[in-house]
Write a protein that binds this ligand. Structure first.
Ligand code: GRF
Length: 210
């Protein structure tokens, strides 16, 4: 058996608390046999870059403004990920559209985390506080994060893990966001662990956990 560590590339744009959760999961052994080899950010001042560098991981800012379109931007990121021999790409608060080029090359090997129970409250414009505002507005009694494989459509690919939590009468978008985020950190670590243990199988567009 090939025991080479799974090499992970994480794409970020913001605070990077999910990146931190994955780094911690690797450091304390909950995620076995894995290594984050590179972190790529679409924002120069993303705190996630600092988290990466503090951990001795290469953190690279790729400025979207320097590329003519999503495809050219994606191509640049792919070149970086390939130069780090990445096996798994984790989107962790990455706020740019990914061209299908990346999906074709890494199908079944790109994960994303979304702060709602997909297919509810996903799609264009559904990010950050907009998601939690929409959940509270809807009157739904449950919310929670989703980790899924990325396909060609926004917030759409096969679900790997979800965690339901109650929406409280007293919740504001901020309080709900905080509780969902805490669960994000748990299920993202769990999903990456399952991947690294080779326990995720994609069959007919759904994920089976072996
Ligand atoms: C999370 O809420 C995640 O669900 C969404 O973007 C946010 C990223 O937060 N995709 P962080 O940068 O990991 O702290």
């Amino acid at each position: 058996m090939n025991n080479r560590p799974v090499r992970i590339g994480v794409l970020v744009s913001g605070s990077g608390s999910n990146l931190q959760a994955i780094m911690d999961g690797i450091a304390d052994g909950r995620i076995p046999n894995a290594r984050i080899t590179v972190v790529v950010s679409s924002k120069a001042d993303a705190f996630a870059l600092e988290r990466a560098r503090n951990a001795g991981i290469d953190g690279i800012f790729v400025n979207p403004k320097e590329y003519t379109d999503d495809r050219a931007y994606t191509e640049k990121i792919l070149t970086i990920l390939e130069s780090y021999a990445v096996d798994l790409i984790c989107l962790a608060g990455f706020l740019r559209k990914i061209d299908r080029l990346m999906i074709e090359r890494y199908r079944g090997r790109i994960m994303n985390i979304h702060p709602a129970l997909l297919p509810r409250f996903g799609g264009k414009g559904m990010y950050g506080h907009f998601v939690h505002e929409a959940v509270i507005e809807s009157g739904d009694r449950e919310s929670g994060p989703t980790v899924h494989f990325v396909d060609e459509h926004y917030d759409h690919g096969p679900v790997i893990l979800q965690k339901k939590i109650p929406v409280l009468d007293t919740d504001t978008p901020e309080t709900l966001a905080r509780r969902v985020l805490a669960e994000e950190h748990r299920i993202y670590v769990e999903a990456v662990k399952l991947f690294c243990e080779d326990r995720l199988a994609l069959k007919d567009g759904t994920v089976k956990i072996r």
